[in-house]
Write a protein that binds this ligand. Structure first.
Ligand SMILES: [Zn+2]
Length: 244
């Protein structure tokens, strides 16, 4: 279900059913001559599409701190400093909490190989989520809310934990068994499965990059195996029943 296509009674129903509400987070970045700038975003949006009406998908945030580690400007990389979108992300999460959503998730596929320590884009969204949560709860319950008797079961998980209201996840689980790379066999396979119209294999060798050398080994079947791994992981992240 796409949030932008939902009417008020459908939004109220999604809140009442506590459906997972998911923000796809992307960046635009050069991915060699054979792949589009939006690989990292398309990997998320097209995978989430497979979950259909089990989730609400927000209009994506398509930009981020791509960095110029891979390439300079001019071939698809759009680098935005985190300081420019941190307030926007916090305001967006605040608006979503004010709407009544308490099962919010962000999914990102850019620079997620060391997700526990984080990279600028996901760290900005994680910080934005925490800032928005603190602000929302303090405004609603007042200073000292955490110290009140009603929160006594916090450490035992017996109370509704506000810090569980917004979670940011990588598209792939750590050690998920799928080749994680930048524009190599893994991402090329993902695009062959999810957005084949964007792939131009004759240009896979453009630039002579080390990171695209495995791209020609990619197949749509391999990509589908990756999508299956990502979907199993996301179902767990969103608290959805495992697919039978
Ligand atoms: Zn990528």
């Amino acid at each position: 279900m796409q949030f932008d296509r939902m009417r008020p009674h459908q939004i109220a129903d999604a809140i009442a059913r506590n459906l997972p509400v998911v923000l796809p987070i992307g960046v635009m970045e050069y991915h060699g001559g054979h792949l589009p700038a939006g690989v990292d975003l398309l990997a998320v949006t097209e995978t989430l599409r497979r979950l259909g009406d089990e989730i609400v998908v927000l209009p994506p945030f398509a930009y981020g701190a791509a960095s110029h580690a891979v390439d300079g400007a001019g071939r698809g990389t759009l680098h935005l400093e985190t300081a420019t979108f941190l307030p926007l992300a916090e305001a967006l999460f605040a608006a979503l909490l004010a709407t009544g959503f308490r099962h919010l998730h962000g999914v990102i596929h850019h620079q997620t190989e060391g997700f526990a320590q984080g990279m600028p884009t996901d760290l900005a969204f994680r910080l934005a989520a925490r800032n928005a949560t603190f602000r929302h709860v303090e405004a609603a319950r007042g200073a000292g809310w955490w110290g009140q008797r009603a929160m006594q079961g916090y450490y035992g998980g017996q109370v509704d934990d506000p810090f569980g209201w917004i979670k940011i996840h990588p598209l792939f689980p750590k050690g998920g068994g799928f080749p994680f790379d930048h524009a190599g066999v893994g991402e090329t396979a993902l695009m062959l499965a999810l957005a084949p119209d964007t792939v131009d294999m004759p240009h896979a060798g453009d630039g002579g990059h080390w990171f695209t050398e495995t791209a020609r080994q990619a197949t749509a079947e391999l990509g589908e195996s990756g999508v299956a791994i990502a979907l199993t992981h996301l179902r767990r992240c969103f608290g959805l029943p495992a697919k039978t």
